[in-house]
Ligand binder design. Sequence first.
Ligand code: THG
Length: 273
Amino acid sequence: MILIAERINGMFTNVKQAIADKDKKVIQELAKKQTDAGAAYLDVNVGTAAADQEGTMQWLVEAIQETCSTPLCLDSQKPDVIAAGLKVINAQNGVILNSTPLNKKSDEEIFDKYIEMANQAGPKASIIVLTMDKNGVPQDINNRVAIAAEIVSKAMEKGFDTQRLFIDTIVLPVKVPNAQAQPGSILSAMDQIQYLSDPAPHMTIGLSNLSQGASQRSLINRVFLAMAISRGLDSAIVDVLDQDLMNLVATAEMLMNKQIYSDSFLKAYQLTK
Ligand code: THG
């Protein structure tokens, strides 16, 4: 599993406050803790409160890079905010540009812009693309898969390796009225998306979206993660500080034959991180 740590996001009160106070320590501590917990990438999202999103993205990237060299996942639906982050990033170990829809009413070319930026950032740069287009997030399985197919074929047309592509089927809060059919639809879409190319594109989700506003958040997140891993999910934006969730990932990898079984498989997994 390619785990992307979710915590450096202006959506969280303490990160929002740290951004407002230009308090690097809070950000650096989160970077270090999430790296130690086993994050392959650190998601960096300025949130909606910062007036200067481009400057804030740069400040976050610089603050993180002072303490660790964990690859970053620059998270914004605005190409200019991603571009600002890329100006100051050290992308030697890789970077993910997160996230663009297939297209947008106000910006038909947005996906092309992310591909171009990824190409400039180096051969290890990847992109997360949302199964979403100018009509929004599709509610049914077929439209999700159709958009994913368009994403994959567009990447291929542009010579962008599908192994650098992460398809995000977009998880919405299960608590939202009428949203309870979505998790099931997403799993069915995943069944098909893994066959869109060979090698398959990666699949990822923002797992914590699922339980926003709900009780038993960790339980809801964990059960869905296990279900999705069994359907081919190989990456997720998660709370890597949730030890129960990390143990689930280790166990799922072992059961999917990605890690060898030994009586100490949990410990062995933790040691590889
Ligand atoms: N897909 C992609 N990127 C994404 C998402 C996605 N990036 C952002 C988000 N979704 C994934 N990250 C989070 C981070 C935090 C929460 C959910 C998803 C979260 N936050 C608490 C809440 O809203 O209840 C904040 C609580 C607090 O303030 O302490 O749940 O889907 N590609």
